[in-house]
Design a protein around this ligand. Sequence first.
Ligand code: NAP
Length: 276
Amino acid sequence: MLQEHFFSCSGLSGSYEKLEIPPDDLPDWMDRWQEHQLDGFNVTIPYKIQMLASMKRISPEADFIGAVNTVLVKSDGLYGENTDSYGFIAPLSPEVKASLAGADVVVLGAGGACRAVAYALLKKGVKNITFWIRNPERAQATLQLVQSMNRYLRDGEAGLFLKTTLEPAELVTARMLVNTTPVGMSPNIEAMPLDANCISSLPENALVYDLIYNPLETRLLKASRERGLVTCDGLDMLIYQGARAFTHWTGAALTTEDLQAARPLLLNAMSFPVKH
Ligand code: NAP
């Protein structure tokens, strides 16, 4: 649906189809990449990390994030990209993007998506990122990748902190709170990744961003909106990461209007639950 919309906007012909490849068949499918006659493909969980090993070239972004979600088929092999980082940051207004320089950001979770978020935040010049995690051992791999990004992008100048509990002091200076956990996602739409009291600790100018797009307004976003905070759901991230992949494959640039038109199309197609 999304890629078909982009084909139509750019006047190009092409198709984008879902291929379900069982894990045991993937090595053989990857070995025969030339036979499939594709210009490119997306990769979803659980193959995003495994895909790195099959790439002829990997962009610095995909390398630092440690995952490939977009593959370009070139004559000499497969090129791996990661468009999640762009997808995360691109929907934000120029004012919000500019305000991230020197800002404190709190990120809930430390899994795959969090790495793309951290890459984008470091590129924007944030001062500190505090990761709220439930399991320090599982968060270590992400922390190490984010530390390497920090050295590469910023000469290690951003402060990176792992916390298993969030104190109001960590929230009172936060310019942005980002939920990268699946907590609150359908069907568990009543769940909140952090206590409602934490939302009251955020400053008035804080933006609350939830990567979840089903439901569109999670309980976290609803509570934040009711407190008067600006919120951002995950649907535009989905659209922008897809648009970036489309441009990688075709070289065609999409306009802001093309991207904005994708949102109602997806909302119609996906019939999200609206009840909270
Ligand atoms: P992931 O790799 O499984 O990471 C999830 C993170 O959340 C891990 O740190 C995990 O901690 C933590 N977590 C899971 N359940 C939790 C709970 N009950 N309480 C506290 N922490 C919990 O998943 P992902 O790929 O990063 O995706 C995360 C979310 O982002 C999903 O909802 C996904 O749909 C969304 N997403 C959206 C977009 C978009 O385009 N909008 C793109 C990518 C992802 P442990 O390690 O301890 O399990």
